[in-house]
Design a protein. Structure first.
Length: 338
């Protein structure tokens, strides 16, 4: 065999060997990458599976708390709303006023129920606040977890706001207003609606010049937590001025506006009497409904997150899933109670 042929054969064998080695290296690299990708997918799937179980565990726990809260809110809403009608687009408090006058324990029962709702709402809020320490790290570990956390945290904050409204607004205002109404009724009687203008003027002078009446009255109309209700005694368009120039400053900056609101409030105490309590009770009913919906939002959000964790190939955003679940066909956010 000639040397030339031998050299060609050797070169061919070396090229073939290099090709085989190169192919082998490429295969090894590809297999390694595929193994790493499969491992990553496996880890991610494991994280999603762990997150799903935790989310559903929390969801089941919150459902139980929500059920107890619903029972309390329904008892209060039935007690108040069934006694209020709409006549010519105006709320008619006649039956609720009569209940307050007829049963001296009616208001006590209503306040007790509000406090029971506040207690359940507070427990719901505290529970979801505690559970976020285990939920948030799990949600943060998955793709787009920040969006899940954002929705979850926003709903928690809204429940907290609803709780604060129940605490610092309705219940406290009812107690202070009840004290003022009781004080006036014990002093002057509670049938003051049909008195003459002269008698009303004289009664106004007695109330406005007596510190035992004025101190609790001022405690109500100067309290920012009660502004949501007190603003009905403020002249239209002057609400912000009253807040900024009367309620918030350490010294009253608009004394004329302050006096006007004071006059309107005292005259309402004389002329409407129990109806002021009825108004607050009805307003509290609206707060109760809002609080219930905020808690329901937590459950809907957790349900939507569960859906996304199960359907990881679903192209719908979390917001879209929540919007779908809020509809009547699913959880009826604004329609159904439960």
């Amino acid at each position: 065999m000639s040397p030339w042929f031998t050299n060609v054969q050797l070169g061919f064998d070396m090229a073939t060997s290099l090709t085989i080695v190169g192919a082998a290296i490429t295969w090894v690299i590809r297999e390694k990458k595929q193994a790493e990708a499969e491992k990553a997918r496996g880890i991610n799937q494991q994280v999603r599976s762990t997150s799903l179980k935790k989310v559903q565990d929390v969801l089941f726990e919150m459902e139980d708390k929500f059920s107890v809260l619903i029972n309390e809110t329904q008892a209060y809403e039935n007690m108040i709303d069934n006694r209020v009608r709409k006549v010519n687009d105006q709320l008619d408090f006649t039956r609720l006023n009569a209940a307050l006058k007829r049963d001296e324990n009616f208001l006590v029962k209503a306040i007790d129920r509000l406090q029971a709702i506040r207690l359940e709402l507070g427990q719901f809020y505290e529970l979801i606040q505690v559970r976020r320490y285990s939920l948030i790290p799990l949600l943060d570990a998955i793709e787009e977890g920040d969006k899940y956390i954002g929705v979850f945290q926003r709903n928690i904050d809204e429940v907290g706001d609803a709780y604060n409204q129940m605490t610092s607004g309705n219940v406290s205002l009812l107690k202070e207003l009840q004290a003022v109404v009781t004080l006036l009724n014990n002093e002057f009687g509670d049938e003051l609606i049909d008195i003459s203008d002269d008698d009303k003027k004289a009664l106004f002078q007695k109330i406005s010049s007596d510190e035992k009446f004025m101190k609790p009255i001022q405690s109500i109309i100067y309290d920012e937590d009660y502004f949501y209700w007190v603003q009905r005694f403020v002249p239209a368009g002057k609400e912000e001025d009253y807040l900024e120039k009367v309620v918030r400053p350490s010294t009253i900056e608009d004394k004329d506006l302050c006096s006007e609101v004071m006059i309107h409030f005292i005259l309402a105490l004389i002329g409407k009497n129990h109806e002021l309590l009825s108004q607050v009770l009805r307003t509290a009913s609206g707060s109760v409904m809002k609080a219930r919906i905020e808690c329901k939002d937590i459950l809907i959000a957790l349900s939507a997150i569960s859906h996304k964790l199960v359907m990881d190939n679903n192209n719908d955003t979390l917001e879209k899933v929540i919007e779908k679940y809020e509809a009547e066909e699913y959880f009826g956010r604004n329609i159904t109670i439960r």
